[in-house]
Design a protein around this ligand. Structure first.
Ligand SMILES: [Zn+2]
Length: 683
């Protein structure tokens, strides 16, 4: 049997080969189609049992078979695998579009919604039906026939363009590297970074027999140079390579995404208008917690207005420091991270490298699990012998208070070649009750790109990396601690985009609290927890340049939203012009003309964040405000933890996020906690 189709067990990664992909997808899709036709041709009125349950079964099987294909494309990329994945992605998209425009299915769901039994449904069941009807309408079900096929073509093209965009970013990132034999050029880099660059060199055949270091555009390498390299020319060179990735300004311009961006924005606009929306931003909000484009733009501009004066002051302070202490006359974008690190060291006596020895991976994981266990009344245990896709990957199970397994997750921590950059959580298996009664427990993929262990030294994380880990684990908890049993609203399924970051950003808070830090630090040599002076410095560092960081995020969010909300199909505004316009309004650091950040902005052009990047800030307001209840009642207070679990985590996508938030917090969200946590004093 095709191993991809063995969906009654955990994925057997060793058994998957590229030639399994196409046959598996063809089998799945033809069986699903046949089953759906059989379901809609039943004469009797549909019931939950006879209609929705079999559909859930199909969704579940598709996720379990197709999920690993996309996952491996991200963590173990090869040209062959990516080709097969892309080919099938097209078929899968086609299938979903077809299902989304299936009159028979639509009618059955309408009948369900009008049936007598609907009133007896649980909130979750009702939500499943309501979401289905909403999505049907968004999929163009009410469109005339010719418009429906137009819609289908648009969706396919968009899905392909997104995949192409992401692949261009990956290829362009890999296309550039710089081999350095003279150690002096890398002066300033700490040992851990030098070790990483040496390791990168040995991974490339061309340099295996030479002594030297390889600078690449993978994030850990890029960041190490930008933060530590004393050599200003090197910083500028690496900055330029990074900032021009996937653009016509790149050293190798064959992966230019400029045209893809134009096409994507154009097709998205057409798609939105086809469905009767004014623009794509309005379409995006149809499934979000936020109500109107004006509300979102107002929200972003309000935060920008409150933060920009402080951001300007922060930049002025940094500029003065760089002139006086570093001899940098005009602070350039490639100086900002470097000068900031030096300034931080001078004023805060704190650097990521100083903290690193306190955060050995083992201790950090122990702390993460202890906090999780204390707050949510569960336990976390590693399980050996489970099939994985790389030796680094580990597998853990989560048990409830009675010792029953409730969930599991894969943990893939380190950066390596052919693994997509960044960090993310993805669903491997969703919580769901089988029609025969068995409960399927959820499984998550947790993927990061941390600096791998060098030689026999255990890996130690920077505080940033620790925060990232907690963030992704928060997504994981949302997916894993759900109590929903209906596939479409279980865990993060059905959660609006602008609420999905609530649990993840919420979890980050523990990395800034003494109670949390005590659980997750043990110096690699002495075993000491993070001492008070470093903890104080860490606290101060949280507010360090926080307004500058705030306006940076607002720049991304506002660019994304305006690009979709103000799109003019007759005379599209050049993307670069809009980028500059937004920068004039919001940003305090002006990059050089060659900067092409939009060309590698995968979140919005290859991911699901189109006209939705604002969600990060939106959810930060929610998460900061939710955490402030722990500040009031005790950071590791299990009573509040369980309340959080039982409302926000348990309900998944079954209840409107505003309702859940109010159930937990006792009132509507307020912006104060976020500004306070960020150390921003509103003018
Ligand atoms: Zn996230």
């Amino acid at each position: 049997m095709n191993p991809l189709l063995q969906t009654d067990q955990l994925p057997n990664f060793e058994a998957f080969h590229v030639e399994h992909i196409v046959p598996a997808v063809e089998t799945l899709l033809s069986e699903n189609l046949a089953e759906i036709e059989a379901l809609v041709s039943i004469k009797e009125a549909p019931t939950w049992k006879s209609f929705v349950e079999p559909l859930e079964q199909l969704s579940n099987r598709l996720e379990r078979a197709w999920g690993p294909v996309g996952h491996l494309d991200a963590v173990k990329n090869s040209d062959e695998w990516h080709q097969a994945y892309s080919d099938c992605l097209e078929k899968i998209t086609d299938f979903y579009t077809q299902m989304g425009q299936h009159q028979g299915l639509f009618k059955k769901f309408q009948q369900i919604a009008e049936s007598a039994e609907f009133e007896q449904y649980s909130l979750a069941q009702k939500k499943v039906v309501e979401n289905a009807l909403r999505d049907f309408r968004l999929s163009g079900i009410d469109l005339p026939k010719d418009k429906q096929s137009e819609y289908k073509v648009l969706s396919q093209q968009l899905s392909q363009l997104g995949s192409q965009f992401g692949n261009n970013v990956l290829k362009s990132t890999q296309a550039w590297s710089k081999f350095i034999e003279n150690e002096e050029i890398l002066a300033g880099l700490p040992d851990s970074a030098m070790g990483l660059l040496a390791q990168l060199a040995t991974q490339k055949e061309a340099y295996q027999n030479k002594k030297g270091w390889l600078v690449t555009l993978d994030f850990p390498s890029y960041l190490a140079v930008m933060t530590h390299a004393d050599n200003r020319d090197l910083r500028e060179e690496v900055y330029q390579a990074f900032a021009t990735r996937a653009s016509e300004m790149a050293q190798d311009p064959q992966y230019d995404n400029s045209e893809n961006i134009e096409k994507i924005l154009k097709l998205r606009h057409e798609k939105a208008q086809l469905l009767g929306f004014e623009h794509y931003a309005e379409l995006s909000l149809a499934t979000k917690m936020a109500d109107t484009p004006e509300q979102v733009i107002g929200f972003l501009r309000d935060l920008a207005k409150k933060s920009k004066p402080q951001a300007e002051k922060e930049l002025a302070t940094l500029t003065a420091f760089a002139q006086k202490e570093l001899g940098i006359d005009t602070l350039q974008p490639w100086d900002v991270t470097y000068a900031s690190e030096k300034f931080k060291n001078a004023t805060l006596s704190l650097s990521q490298e100083k903290l690193r020895p306190y955060f050995p991976v083992t201790k950090v994981l122990e702390g993460l699990f202890t906090i999780t266990e204390t707050l949510f009344e569960v336990s976390v245990k590693e399980k050996q012998g489970v099939s994985v896709w790389h030796d680094d990957v580990r597998y853990f199970e989560i048990m409830d208070a009675a010792g029953q397994k409730v969930a599991a997750f894969y943990l893939d921590l380190y950066a390596r070649e052919n693994k997509r950059g960044g960090a993310w959580m993805d669903s491997a298996i969703s919580r769901w009750r089988h029609p025969e009664g068995a409960l399927q427990s959820p499984v998550a993929y947790l993927v990061c790109n941390f600096t791998p262990p060098i030689g026999d030294q255990p890996a130690c994380l920077t505080h940033d990396e620790v925060t990232t880990l907690f963030h992704e684990f928060g997504h994981g908890l949302h997916h894993m601690l759900t109590e929903m049993e209906n596939f479409d609203v279980s865990g993060i399924n059905g959660v609006p985009w602008d609420a999905v970051e609530l649990p993840s950003q919420f979890m980050e808070n523990f990395c800034w609290e003494r109670e949390g830090i005590d659980q997750m630090t043990a110096h690699i040599e002495t075993g000491d927890v993070l001492p008070d002076d470093l903890f104080e410095a860490l606290q101060q560092s949280r507010g360090f340049q926080s307004a500058m960081m705030m306006v940076r995020q607002l720049e991304f969010g506002l660019f994304d939203f305006l690009a979709h909300a103000t799109y003019n199909p007759i005379a599209p505004q050049p993307v670069l012009e809009l980028v500059n316009q937004v920068r004039q309004e919001v940003a305090v650091i002006m990059p050089p003309d060659y900067n092409r950040f939009a060309q590698s902005f995968s979140h919005i052009f290859a991911g699901g964040y189109a006209a939705g990047y604002f969600s990060y800030k939106w959810a930060e307001v929610l998460s900061a405000d939710a955490f402030s209840l722990f500040e009031e009642e005790g950071i590791l207070n299990p009573e509040i933890g369980v309340k959080f679990k039982n409302t926000i985590l348990a309900a998944g996508g079954s209840v409107h996020p505003m309702t859940l938030f109010k159930a937990f917090r006792g009132r509507e969200p307020e912006i104060d906690a976020l500004l306070r946590h960020s150390g921003i004093k509103a003018a």
